[in-house]
Structure formats: structure tokens, C-alpha cells
Design a binder for this molecule. Sequence first.
Ligand code: CTP
Ligand code: MG
Length: 527
Amino acid sequence: MDNPYVCFDDMIAARRAEASRSILVQVQSETSLPDLYNYCCKFGNIKMLHYYSCGQNNFILIEFSETESVKAVLEFGTHLETEPVIPVRSPLLWFRTNKKKIKNLSRADNVISAGSIPYSSQNLQMPDNEELLRLLRDCETVSDQMMTLYLHSKLNDIGSRLRFLTARQIELMLCGVFPHIQAIPFGSSVNSYGKLGCDLDLSLLLDDITVNNNSRLVFQAKTRLNKRTSVQRQMEVVADLIQLLLPGCSHVRKILQARVPIVKFNQDLTFIECDLSTDNTAAIYMSELLYLLGYIDWRVRPLVFTVRWWAKEVMLTNSPHPGHWITNFSLTLLVIFFLQRENILPSLDFLMKTAGPEDDRVTEDGINCTFLRDLSKLPQPEQKNSKSLAELLLRFFEFYSTFDFATKAVSINLGTTINKPEPVAPMFIINPLERLLNVTKNMNFEETARLRIEAKNALSEFSVNAVHETFNDKKNWGLADLTRNQKKPPSEQYFSGLLKTPLKNGKRLVRVEELFNNTVENEVNGH
Ligand code: CTP
Ligand code: MG
């Protein structure tokens, strides 16, 4: 069902190599495939063609067997004399029709039907809500529904390829000054919790300072300013280059005052929103940690996907802009912590203790990112938790509907709660790698309370019976129950509404302060 475990570094290296052998070509329609295939064969052996469309736009990603073939394509490629373009060469191209060749199409079509062209066609976007509900209705158990949701929403092969090709385009732009530069995807694009259409977080890793004591030829170089200022200046320049030079890149925004300065932009040819940062090595290791945890137990990812989906449905997330609400990353950490409490996942401290010298990693800023990477060396827990996905989901809602966010902080490192280091913070999730930071620093009291309230609501909607029974009566049931209240007003109004108005089924919600004092149930019968 899932791919076998490949260690994170190998997965990243394989995807980067794949991107370096690939080009993306915009075509008229899927029927251009044979023509394009025949045309590109002259540049080298083609491993695979991947077709996708978005609206009226059709694209074919071609993976060659050798990087040299991409070089040959770019060498032979052309600009249009008739258009005043900046003469940039990038692996993003379009295929012009050759009227003379159209006659040959039927012959080439035969080649395709004979199965001799390695070709796949995949979706870029999630199924729409109606389709998703239909899929959920057709399942036999809630656990099946969770698995179906996961399998239909997770980032697919073409999604990963396009993300790495988007990164490659930036590397190619900068490799003249930094020959070894790497643009490394991190976050949900690679941590195995990404869904179709997720954003692309990218970190530029500039070349390391080269120290070669045997060389007498020393690079002439500029003195670096203070590190933060220098990063901000570099990002500013990179943003301008992306805006001015890179085909497909638009809507470039610089957010340079943030703790981690970033440049946001859209890549309109791969349909990806990107957040670019520099030297964000700790975040890459964080992605590696999440990736690894996702492989320890098969239930981790379907549960994370379901919780993230539920949070969007009940509008705990669902805003494209950052704000006081919980993020997908924080939700993922809440699920991981819950699974640690269920004895399904180990604590990070345990992974650190079991690490070998080959796992030693410390970032330039001194952040210790050492943890066991070879899963075959992970000791199995003494007591095995064999709960189904549905039982875990129910337990998750139970766990967080009564969680004492007022005094406790979540520690993935220990796998237990600790007293909150900052009592004024409404929710505190210790950043597992940078332990002084709170991952949920952005959250306010209202959004923290809303998480608990919605978990409680989910618990009552999603009755214990639903977990054990199986349905197939073609009505919405199980997970689909959690979506019934989707048409709620936006978050702040919704929240103040919760304080005052009676809720359906004769239940009402009590005040948020009471929730925090943990003295009163948040739902009481409203007679
Ligand atoms: N990250 C972090 N600390 C934070 C926020 C983010 O270490 N306080 C890192 C995590 O590795 C996270 C990545 O930055 O996965 C990207 O953050 P973000 O895009 O917010 O989350 P994603 O996991 O990519 O989820 P989404 O699909 O919502 O983009
Ligand atoms: Mg992201």
C-alpha cells in the first residue's frame, strides 16, 4: 500500500536526480504525447512520460535516463524570434505544432497502444468534496474511510516530481555563482504528510566554504555581513531574480523580517505555491523526523491525514493566511504526541538514545538533530497497541477534548506533558529540535479553546457505535458525519457564537474560561 521505507536522504537524492533528468513541456492536449515522444527520443533514452492537465492547460513531464539528454534539449531549444522575451533557458518548455508531422499521428498512436511508450497520467488536485463523500459512503468501516481518505489525498508521484523540478529551476538559475547550490524541499512536500496541491517549502543551501589546504589558489571572495543581514539581502536578490527571470514564476513576495526570512511565489506552470528560505537546515531535519515517524507504524499517516482533514472541515484550519489558528504542522505534532501516549510511537529522546555515530547531525547554529535513522535498529515496544484507525481517531478526540492546555506543554521529546514553560501561552508544543521555541506561539486562547470544543463535538457526532458498526446504506455516515456542520460562519464569529447560542440536539456550550479552568464540561444538556 505504501512504498517500502527508503531513508530520507536517499529519497531526497533520488528525487533530485530524477528532476535533473527531467523537462516539463506544455502541449496542446494529451494527443500530443506520441509526437512529443518521437521528437524527444533523438535527445536520449526516455524513461517515462507523465501527463497531467489543469483547467485548459496540458503538460507532459519527460524523464530521460541521463542528465546529458536535458542538456541536449536545452542546447537545441529555441526562443521565438517574434516575441521580445528575456532569453532564459530553463527545463520548462512548450511544444509547438509541426503541421507537416500531424499526418504521422495515427502511426505514433499505434506505438502508444502497443504499450511501447512508458506513460502515466495523474491528477494534480484532490477529488472534490462530492466525489470524496461518495468514496467515503462506499467504504465498509470507518477505518476503511480513513484509509480511503489518505490514499485519495496524499501527494502522488507527479506531485513530487513537479516539486523537485520547481526546486531544480531555482538551482539552475543560481548555479553560476554557487556551483554546488541545493534547493531542498522540506515540509509536507517530503515529510510524507503532504496532500495533493500542498505548498512547497524550499530551503536554499548555499555552497559550503571550501577548505583545501593543498590548494595554493584561493577564491577571491566578498566578506560576509552579519549573518541575518546577509541572508535577508541574498533573499531579496533571489526574489528579484525569480520575479524577473524565471518562466512561470509570479506573484513574488518578500517576507524578510520574519524569524526565518522567506520569499513566497507561485510557479504557474507546475501549479505550486512556494515558500523559499535559506539555510533552514533544522526544518529539513524536522521533515526527516516526521518522515521517519510516519514509517514506524502504518496508522500514523492515515490518522494525521484524517485529523488534518477534519480540522479543515470544522474550520480550525482552512485559511490560506497565517493567523491565530492552529497549523497543519502543529496538528501533526499533536497526533504524534497522542500516538506516543498510545505507545505506538517512541519519544524523540528514545530515538536520540538509540542513535549511532552515523546519525550525528548538528546544524551550523548548534541545533542537535541526532536521532536514529535506521528503522531496522528500532527496538519494538513491549506492549503492542493493536487499536484500529477508527478507535484511534475516537481516542484522539477524547484525548484533546479534555487536554489541560492551561498548565501543560506537549513534549514530543519526552513523549509526556511537562509544566508549561510560559504560562501565558494558550497552547505550548515544544519544538522538538529547537526546544526553547513554542511551535504554537501564534495561537490565541480562542483558537485553543475551539480545538477542544471541536474535538468534543466530533466525539459526540462520531459516536462510539460508528467505530464498531459497519454501514453501507449509501447515506453519509462515519467520517462524513464530521463534515455535516461545514457551513459554519468564519472563525471569530463562529467562536463568539459558540459562547452564546444553543447548539443542536439540545446541547449548549459553556464559557471558554470555564473550559480552561477545566472544571466544567464544555457541553451540558440545555434543559
Ligand atoms: N516548521 C518548523 N517549526 C515551525 C513551523 C514549521 O520546524 N514552527 C517546519 C516543519 O518542518 C514544517 C515545515 O517547516 O513541516 C513547513 O511548515 P508549513 O508549511 O507550515 O507546514 P507543512 O508541514 O509543510 O504543512 P502544509 O501542508 O500546511 O504546508
Ligand atoms: Mg508547507
